[in-house]
Design a protein. Structure first.
Length: 176
């Protein structure tokens, strides 16, 4: 199944498309993961082409099993500006994740992509039936907190640190 979602332009910001990751995205994926700020907040970071290929394969497998519905965020069919994903975790619930490449931050891309993905995830019955989305981020990641709130995710609770996977405490935001 191939799903492509459209994000309309917003003022001077261009229209976006959310589409499945493709093998041609490998260079942009590796470049994005060279950013120290991105690596600071992600639980996993890709250090080279071999890991990036494995990651792309995992995205494809996730679509096939409906366990990881991941999209590249692109404008004008160019290389990816970011990533959004819905990962079903239990009956009716999924975790939403995202990142934005360094050169695309501060342009509202993350909020527009997360909002579009959230509307689709809660409104589609084609892939999985969801009624609750959770967005989790490190407590110190203030830009992610702003994206969550802007996209209608209410702060639900604080999550204690759980090293090594989550070395700092976090916030869980929920959208129904």
């Amino acid at each position: 199944m191939t799903v492509v979602l459209s994000v309309p332009p917003a003022g001077p910001a261009p229209a976006l498309r959310l589409r499945p990751w493709q093998p041609d995205d490998l260079p942009a994926l590796v470049a994005a993961h060279r950013d120290p700020l991105l690596r600071r907040w992600l639980a996993t970071s890709l250090t080279g082409e071999a890991e990036a290929r494995q990651w792309l394969d995992a995205q494809e497998a996730g679509w096939a099993s409906a366990t990881r519905l991941s999209f590249a965020v692109v404008a004008d069919d160019r290389s990816p500006l970011g990533h959004v994903v819905v990962k079903p975790t239990s009956a009716g619930t999924a975790e939403v994740g995202y990142w934005t490449a360094a050169h695309a931050r501060g342009l509202g891309i993350a909020a527009r992509a997360v909002d579009t993905l959230s509307h689709w995830a809660l409104g589609t019955q084609d892939v999985v039936a969801l009624t609750r989305l959770e967005l989790v981020h490190a407590a110190g990641n203030h830009p992610s907190c702003r994206v969550a709130v802007k996209c209608g995710y209410a702060l639900h609770d604080l999550i204690p640190a759980a090293p090594p996977a989550f070395p700092t405490e976090g916030h869980r935001h929920v959208r129904l």
